[in-house]
Design a protein. Structure first.
Length: 135
C-alpha cells in the first residue's frame, strides 16, 4: 500500500499483521516512491480531542513506477514450522518510525510461500503532527 504524507511528520506507532499461512511474511518500507491510482483508504481518527481530517492519504494496490529507497531493514514474521502447518495470529512488526513530510511511501508485505495466496491483514497506528523532540 502507499502513503502520501502531508505537511506534518507522520509517526507510525505500531504495525499489526495477521495472516493465515504456513510461511513467513516479510514487511518492507520504502520512501521517495512514485505511484498512481489505487483504492483510497480513509484513515480512522481515534483521537477524540482534535477530530480533524487526516493530512495524509493511503491507497491500496497502487500502480508503482518506482519503488523508491528501502529505509528500514526487512521485518519477518515467524513461520509456523513444517510445510503444511498453518499459522493464524497477530504480530507487532517493527518499531516507531517517523515518516518525512510531503513524501510518498510504499509498504509491502511479501508471502515467502511457494506462490499460494494467503489472507493478510495489516493495521497501522500512527500520529500526525509535530514531533516532541528537536530535529
Amino acid at each position: 500500500f502507499g502513503v502520501q504524507t502531508g505537511s506534518m511528520p507522520l509517526t507510525i506507532k505500531a504495525r499489526y499483521m495477521a495472516y493465515f499461512g504456513s510461511n513467513e511474511v516479510i514487511y518492507r518500507a520504502y520512501e521517495n516512491s512514485v505511484y498512481t491510482d489505487g483504492t483510497v483508504i480513509t484513515p480512522l481518527n481515534q483521537g477524540r480531542i482534535a477530530t480533524r481530517a487526516a493530512g495524509f492519504s493511503v491507497v491500496l494496490n497502487p500502480t508503482v513506477t518506482a519503488i523508491g529507497t528501502q529505509y528500514l531493514p526487512d521485518f519477518s514474521t515467524l513461520a509456523s514450522g513444517a510445510p503444511g502447518n498453518s499459522r493464524l495470529g497477530t504480530e507487532v512488526v517493527g518499531t516507531e518510525t517517523n515518516l518525512k513530510p510531503n513524501t510518498k511511501h510504499i509498504f509491502e508485505a511479501l508471502n515467502q510461500g511457494s506462490g499460494a495466496a494467503a489472507p493478510l491483514f495489516i493495521q497501522i497506528e500512527c500520529y500526525e503532527g509535530p514531533l516532541d523532540l528537536p530535529l
